[in-house]
Every structure is written in structure tokens, then in C-alpha cells.
Design a protein around this ligand. Structure first.
Ligand code: SAH
Length: 222
């Protein structure tokens, strides 16, 4: 492992330990940490940000959006409780970094991005890098992607004001939705919703986070 990658992994491990009272564990799934080591974060950040690629913080990717902090990417991937044969949906492709991590953890990733330029750039980048088990689409992901449902897990990488029922409906029984919920630019909570039998859902608040807002009205892009 290169030195800067080793530092990023150590920073994530330290923050996991530091937040263990909130997240209920001292280490994340080793499969997730292996994926974090394997995916080169530097190719997902703008050239001008390359020097900061291995810092444990978010970075701007243009269009008012950000690539999430490595610790948060690792934590959300862990909370999804993925298995090799899973199919997952991501809302908010952004840079494609989280998408690439997920592609190492499951059989198939579907990802939706509402900003066309970001979605097209990331889809091309993922393809060039050989992440073949990923399908990207431009559009508003608020209503999910019903054609490929149900999903073993759904991850939303932008903050919603409430938990979208449309996404819960696209989970398998026992599947998890990992989503930041709260008012834009105010305190948000990272939440895990687990779909139970029938209409039953289990909602677990994990910790406070800061995400760019999710576009909730489905009115364009498609
Ligand atoms: N996982 C990404 C996070 C990017 S920021 C990364 O680490 O790079 C969140 C992304 O969600 C932005 O690119 C934003 O355009 C997108 N987004 C916001 N609302 C959306 C919606 N309703 N459907 C699809 N994408 C959305």
C-alpha cells in the first residue's frame, strides 16, 4: 500500500474508534476496508484537488457538489451490510467514488445522478477503470429505479428532508436504506432504515452528518 493510502486508511480507522460509541463498533467490515484500499480516490477528485485526495475530508467536485469524506463512505458502505451476491442502488453518483467502492462489495450496482455532466463524467470514468458491474443513469433518483428493484440495499449520498417511501418500497425484506435525513445545510442524521415484514420498518439513527441536499421533486432530467 502506498504511503498516502496507508495514512487515509489509518485516519478512517481512528475516526471509527473515535465514534465507536455512536456507531456501535470499533472496526468496520474488513471487506469494506479492503475496498477502500483498492479504489484509487485520486482519480475521482478534480485535478486541482489531487494533493488532497487522501485527506479524510470531503472535496468539491463542481456543480456545488462534493465527494464525500472517506470515513463517511466507509461507514455508509459498512451500514449497508453488503454481501457478494447483492444488488444495490445508489442515489447521487457524484464523482463515482462511492459507486466504485460498492462495485467491489456486491454483484451489481445501479447508480442515479441528477446533474447530467457529473453523471456522464463518472459513468465514463467507472467504465475506463474497469468497474463493469455498474450501471449509471441520469435522472432524479427520488423515486428510485423500479425496473431493477427490489434491492438488497439502497444508499443515498445527498440529504433528504424525510425518508422517501418510494425507496423503502424498492428494498427486499430485511434490506437496508442508508440515508442522511434533515434540513438542508442544518443538522442531519445518518439513518439506517431496515424493511421488515409487511409495512414494518426499523429506523436507527447513527450520527450527525453534513451532506449536500437531495433534489426531491421529480420534474426533470429524464
Ligand atoms: N457519492 C458521491 C456524493 C456526491 S454529492 C461522491 O462521493 O462523489 C451528492 C450527489 O447527489 C450530487 O452529485 C448531487 O447532484 C446528487 N443528487 C442530489 N439529489 C439527487 C437526486 N434526487 N437524484 C440523483 N442524484 C441526486
Amino acid at each position: 500500500m502506498k504511503k498516502n493510502m496507508r495514512r487515509m486508511i489509518a485516519d478512517i480507522e481512528r475516526e471509527v474508534e473515535y465514534t465507536s460509541h455512536l456507531i456501535g463498533k470499533h472496526v468496520l467490515d474488513p471487506r469494506v476496508m479492503k475496498a477502500m484500499e483498492e479504489v484509487p480516490r485520486e482519480v475521482f477528485v478534480p485535478g486541482s484537488m489531487m494533493h488532497f485526495a487522501f485527506e479524510n475530508g470531503p472535496l468539491p467536485i463542481g456543480y456545488g457538489q462534493t465527494i464525500s469524506q472517506p470515513y463517511i463512505v466507509a461507514l455508509m458502505s459498512d451500514l449497508l451490510q453488503t454481501q457478494d451476491d447483492h444488488v444495490v442502488l445508489e442515489i447521487g453518483t457524484g464523482s463515482g467514488y462511492q459507486t466504485a467502492i460498492l462495485s467491489r462489495l456486491v454483484r451489481q450496482v445501479y447508480s442515479i445522478e441528477v446533474v447530467r455532466e457529473l453523471g456522464e463524467t463518472s459513468a465514463g470514468r467507472l467504465k475506463d477503470l474497469g468497474y463493469t458491474n455498474v450501471e449509471c443513469r441520469i435522472g432524479n433518483g427520488y423515486a428510485g429505479w423500479p425496473e431493477h428493484a427490489p434491492y438488497n440495499g439502497i444508499i443515498v449520498t445527498a440529504a433528504a428532508t424525510h425518508i422517501p417511501q418510494s425507496l423503502i418500497d424498492q428494498l427486499v425484506t430485511g434490506g437496508h436504506l442508508v440515508i442522511p435525513v434533515g434540513e438542508p445545510y442544518e443538522a442531519q442524521e445518518l439513518i439506517v432504515v431496515t424493511r421488515g415484514e409487511g409495512d414494518h420498518i426499523d429506523v436507527r439513527e447513527i450520527l450527525g452528518v453534513a451532506f449536500v441536499p437531495m433534489q426531491e421533486e421529480v420534474d426533470d432530467a429524464d
